[in-house]
Design a binder for this molecule. Structure first.
Ligand code: SAM
Length: 272
């Protein structure tokens, strides 16, 4: 993997942070003026953002329930977990499997401190500070290795995080590494906003986040496409219904939003 270590972020409340911007969209209180300003300016471009984030959490719920219940997964690594909100991975997993172990990972120190404070009495859940851009170091983090047995199947969750890494070849390397490293029986779950449905507005939004310093790496024109996200599952068996717009992924109730207004795709791959 990349030999240069990613820069370790410090707590900076003057630059918008995607986790805190998402917290604002989800109705949370863990955000600062710069995050709120960025969120409002982003909503001027794409007003559906709060709905998108809520649908993202609903997808996360269905995906984790599938993994714990149907797939029998007992180890979860939620990378780019974001600030604690309603319906966190450990709550959903423990409702099905009280013995499931959950490792939350984020590279934002504020997310990590918040999570650790909240979960200090929970023996089965930890929060570690690590960077997805160095997946080898991430999986070797001592906080993670004391919870996760690499010989056993694991679910790696990359929900709403890969779009923060703008460099396509870096994302390809990360995905390759994870696919190669996880043990047989493991799952890789991804959700990712895509540009196919609203190319102009979403390209404008991507450029806006880039200018605000909320995403890392060289600027890419617009969001990735659905086809690009599908490629991340190459070599894995896609769980039915494949990579789809998230309201269409195993809906548990009537679709509230037309799938085409939610320009986020999601899918789960299985390493057989
Ligand atoms: C927008 S939030 C998504 C939160 C949650 N996964 C969800 O879907 O609701 C993205 C999170 O990814 C984190 N993040 C961004 N780049 C990261 C990286 N390279 N390594 C680890 N975490 C990262 C951010 O700090 C933020 O908390």
């Amino acid at each position: 993997m990349a030999s240069s270590k990613p820069e370790r972020p410090r707590l900076d409340t003057t630059t918008p942070n995607m986790g805190r911007v998402a917290d604002y969209f989800l109705g949370g209180k863990d955000n600062f003026a710069a995050d709120r300003e960025a969120a409002k300016a982003a909503m001027a471009i794409t007003p559906e953002l709060p709905v998108l984030w809520r649908e993202g959490r609903r997808f996360l719920g269905r995906a984790v329930r599938f993994l714990a219940q149907e797939a029998g997964i007992r180890q979860f690594i939620d990378v780019g977990c974001g600030l604690p909100t309603q319906g966190n991975v450990h709550e959903i997993a423990h409702a099905v499997a009280p013995d499931a172990r959950v490792v939350y990972v984020d590279n934002d120190p504020m997310v990590v401190v918040h999570g650790q404070a909240l979960l200090q009495d929970d023996r089965l859940t930890v929060v570690v500070e690590a960077d997805l851009r160095d997946p080898e170091a991430l999986l070797a983090d001592p906080g993670l290795t004391k919870m996760i047995n690499p010989e056993e199947p694991v679910a790696i969750l990359l929900f709403g995080v890969l779009q923060d890494i703008q460099d396509d070849s870096q994302v390809d390397q990360i995905i390759d590494y994870l696919r190669k490293t996880i043990s047989p029986g493991s799952y890789l779950a991804i959700s990712h906003p895509v540009g196919d449905l609203r190319p102009e507005a979403t390209a404008k939004l991507a450029a806006f986040y880039q200018n605000e310093g909320a995403v890392s790496g060289p600027h890419r024109k617009g969001l990735r496409s659905k086809a690009e996200i599908e490629r991340y599952f190459d070599g894995l068996a896609l769980v039915d219904p494949g990579v789809v717009y998230i309201p269409e992924w195993r809906p548990e109730d009537d679709l509230i939003h037309r799938p085409d207004s939610i320009w986020v795709v999601g899918g789960i791959g299985h390493k057989e």
